[in-house]
Design a protein around this ligand. Structure first.
Ligand code: UDX
Length: 437
């Protein structure tokens, strides 16, 4: 099939490269001419494992191409995905849909044959209806359909999530659109991917409800971790004991410094706003948003407390700046709130992250960036593990111990067994295992 993707960001690029890899003929469109030029030479603007190779392979096979010319790209398109950003609107927390509606208008003016217009971006309930109104005003000659096809991609695992999804959700208002979407995803049927057809509004809400539930699950175990510290229980064992109940499941029950990223913070807030607007307040999600924001700041207080209630003039080593491993994305990362609070308390920060330092430097140009974990530990009063990168899981503790001013490790991701760290002569603070300090 001939497929067009508007938006060459994280979602658009992964979607386009995977659909091309299925054998579809894909063109990805973006306004940013420099980004398009780089992509045409298979230079990827984001770090996503496997994406650079997938793009290069499919550009080489002439299954995938990039352009700034939307009109030309739509000439023979049978499907066009809208995969532009829907960032949080700073003033009120609603999703900013200006890019989505702008793309819909341009598509409406460019369509010359029947086409299914699909929202892949995460959009509030009712957006597809508004897109239909916008395109109808442009009166494309051969008609069109609008469908909703939310993505469920995790950064760092996006290609696998696309090719082996737990489900494909399609909200469509007519049989013709359903037939076209079946054809788009037919190659996935070999992976036994269940395809679920709903109406558009239901599909749009499934995305928000799924993300908000995952964020709620994380926040639940984070609060249970606080209780574990108060009563001397072990949160990892509590999570395992809960998760062996297949109605609960073991995933997303890892206690930590709070969730970050480009989705959970934005989507939970957008759902809260939608609930308020629709007279159906989402009180649990309201609490999740508040608790998560407070938790990130509380983690800095935990470090300060572990340093004898003052970090003024002390060097603190920070390991991990991205919101999770295997990405370069620092959006809403816990490290941002933690570093801000520690700087406010007078600490001197040395930070290291395998892929997140370039982005972090734009926010914090004045802190020191190390070339590895050991440089962060050298002369530090505390070494704080904020993101659970593989490379932090087996540090040479014997080597680190004599280089630190104070032998203190604050492990916000519980990647070390407390006994092992203690055996190396460290004081060890983690999350939900033993007392806070
Ligand atoms: C999420 C959803 O998982 C995905 O389905 C959706 O399409 C986009 O949003 P992503 O934001 O990439 O994906 O990352 P995810 O792996 O879900 O982690 C989100 C945040 O939760 C990270 O900050 C992570 O550290 C945190 N997290 C995750 C926990 O603190 N504990 C957990 O058990 C799991």
């Amino acid at each position: 099939m001939n497929i067009a993707i508007v938006g060459c960001g994280y979602v658009g690029l992964v979607t386009g490269a995977c659909l091309a890899d299925f054998g579809h003929n894909v063109v990805c469109i973006d306004r940013d001419a420099e980004r398009i030029a780089n992509l045409t030479n298979s230079k990827i603007p984001i770090f996503e494992p496997g994406l650079e190779e997938l793009v290069a392979t499919n550009v080489g096979a002439e299954q995938l191409r990039f352009t700034t010319d939307l009109k030309a790209a739509l000439e023979d398109a049978e499907v066009v995905f809208i995969a532009v950003g829907t960032p949080r609107r700073e003033m009120d927390g609603h999703a900013d849909l200006s890019h989505v509606y702008g793309a819909a208008r341009e598509i409406g003016k460019s369509l010359r044959r029947y086409c299914v217009v699909v929202t892949k971006s995460t959009v509030p309930v009712g957006t597809a209806d508004e897109i239909e109104r916008i395109i109808t005003e442009c009166a494309p000659p051969d008609g069109f359909s609008v469908a909703s096809n939310p993505e469920f991609l995790r950064e760092g695992a996006a290609i696998r999530d696309f090719k082996f999804p737990d489900r494909i959700v399609v909200g469509a208002s007519d049989a013709r659109a359903r037939d076209v979407m079946n054809e788009v995803y037919r190659p996935l049927f070999i992976n036994a991917a269940p395809m679920m057809f709903t109406d558009r509004r239901t599909a749009e809400l499934i995305k928000y409800a799924a993300n908000a539930f995952l964020a709620t699950k994380i926040t639940f175990i984070n609060e249970i971790a606080d209780l574990c510290e108060a009563v001397g229980a072990d949160v990892q064992s509590v999570a395992r004991g809960m998760g062996l109940d297949n109605r609960i499941g073991t995933k997303f029950l890892h206690a930590g410094p709070g969730y970050g990223g480009s989705c959970f913070p934005k989507d939970t807030l957008a759902l809260v706003k939608s609930g308020q607007d629709q007279g159906a307040p989402q009180r649990i999600v309201e609490a999740v948003v508040q608790i998560n924001d407070q938790r990130k700041r509380a983690m800095a207080r935990r470090v300060i407390a572990a340093c004898g209630n003052s970090v003024r003039g002390k060097k603190i080593g920070i390991l991990g700046l991205t919101f999770k491993p295997n990405t370069d994305d620092i959006r809403d990362a816990p490290a941002i709130a933690i570093v801000n609070s520690l700087l406010d308390a007078g600490a001197k920060i040395t930070a290291y992250d395998p892929h997140g330092m370039a982005a972090f430097k734009e926010l914090f140009p004045d802190i020191t960036y190390g070339h590895d974990a050991y440089q962060c530990a050298d002369g530090a009063s505390a070494l704080v593990i904020v993101t659970e990168w593989e490379g932090f899981r087996a540090l040479n503790l014997k080597r680190i111990r004599p280089t630190m001013d104070e032998p203190l490790i604050v492990d916000l991701r519980n990647i070390y067994p407390p006994t092992v760290v203690a055996q190396h002569g460290f004081r060890y603070v983690s999350v939900g295992r033993g007392t806070k300090n």
